[in-house]
Design a protein around this ligand. Structure first.
Ligand SMILES: *Cc1c(COP(=O)(O)O)cnc(C)c1O
Length: 370
């Protein structure tokens, strides 16, 4: 299956292995069992394509999907059968409650104000409406604060018309298993739950699935690990790689000692060099912070990216590669099993999440498997 663009015309080919996504889902689900396993598809499934990823995971048995924005939920709903829930992490922007019921979306309610809006909508419709309620267990980002929880407990009508399907919270440091923040958040979440009406709970992201079973509760919410990102800092990655990015060589040239490459002359050749220009640049999410430090894999050989990264191209030192193996039209690997997303991210001084979610809109996309 392929989507936008034209393979011959495009400057790069992004291949998403849906069988690997499914295998990663099975691994996460097995680790989290008996908890159910959802899939987080926000930001177009971290740049990989929410629609094909959702279809593959639905076929694998996934029935709980999370997006961040209401519009992401509206776009996804026609592609996901009605027996699967779509939860919207940001909840309803003020006055958009009817969009949720019109599109069979379930909000995550993050504040007293969002709960009040949902309660009023339930009253107006004359029926009970499902919701997830998020509480803040220490990340100080989303969810009801301690004072809001106190006010909730003092108001017997707080949840009138609301069917609380899950109480949820989110871990700040789960990729570091020894970080004391994990246990602190777990204790806080348990203490909050003990004060509230009984209901299923959701707590763990990808990394949380690899924490002990008492972090799993009833529904885990992995995103990154589904897409091949390593869930545990500094440990071997148990996930299968999902993404391959191949850039296309536009042209090659020989440069002599003392010649420069690219904007601001950030690379100077100390000896004769073969340079290949590849049609992927920072406008395609190939982060400019990798200027002079990125790498590509050509014929199994790591070659250095030299000079500043341009908007639409990068330049590689391909002197180590026989010239007939790298010429206009040749494909070079920028992300692949030998140089996975996390390795690219560490060169760019960022995390795999940022590399994936920035993947370019100009790539020809191909989906294999599933
Ligand atoms: C993004 C997100 C997740 C998924 O996190 P990963 O680290 O990608 O597994 C889960 N829950 C919430 C609230 C999120 O924002």
């Amino acid at each position: 299956m392929s989507t936008n663009g034209h393979k011959n015309r495009s400057g790069a080919i992004l291949t998403v292995d849906l069988d690997a996504v499914r295998a990663n889902y099975r691994l996460l689900r097995a680790r989290a069992a008996p908890a159910a396993c959802s899939a987080v598809l926000k930001s177009d499934a971290y740049g990989l394509g929410a629609v094909p990823v959702a279809a593959a995971l639905y076929a694998e048995g996934c029935r709980h999907f999370f997006v961040a924005h209401l519009d992401e939920g509206i776009a996804l709903r026609p592609h996901v059968p009605a027996d699967a829930a779509i939860f919207v992490l940001h909840g309803p922007p003020l006055g958009t409650e009817a969009d949720f019921t019109d599109h069979q979306l379930t909000p995550v309610l993050n504040s007293t104000q969002q709960v009040a809006g949902w309660r009023a909508h339930a009253r107006a419709l004359g029926r009970t409406l499902a919701a997830v309620i998020q509480v803040d267990s220490g990340m100080s980002r989303m969810g009801m604060a301690p004072a809001e929880i106190d006010a909730w407990l003092a108001d017997p009508h707080f949840l009138d018309g609301i069917d609380m399907q899950y109480l949820m919270s989110h871990l700040a440091c789960a990729e570091q298993p020894d970080n004391p923040m994990n246990a602190l958040q777990l204790e806080r979440f348990k203490a909050i739950r003990a004060r509230l009406p009984a209901c299923p709970a959701s707590f763990a992201n990808s990394s949380g699935v690899f924490l002990p079973a008492d972090y799993h509760f009833d529904l885990v919410r992995p995103g990154a690990a589904l897409y091949g990102i390593a869930p545990i800092a500094g440990a071997a990655n148990p996930m299968r790689p999902v993404v391959r990015l191949q850039g296309k060589v536009l042209q090659t040239r020989t440069i002599e000692p003392g010649e420069h490459v690219g904007y601001s002359r950030r690379y100077t050749a100390s000896e004769t060099r073969q340079v290949a220009t590849v049609a992927v640049g920072y406008a395609d999410g190939w982060l400019r912070s990798m200027s002079n430090i990125g790498v590509a894999i050509v014929d199994g050989v790591r070659v250095p990216q030299i000079g500043a990264i341009s908007m639409d191209s990068i330049t590689l030192d391909v002197s180590a590669i026989p010239s007939e193996r790298v010429e206009a039209g040749s494909l070079v690997d920028l992300i692949c099993a030998e140089h996975p997303v996390d390795a690219v991210a560490s060169l760019a001084n960022t995390i795999g999440y940022e590399v994936l979610s920035n993947l370019g809109r100009r790539y020809y996309r191909e989906y294999t498997g599933a």
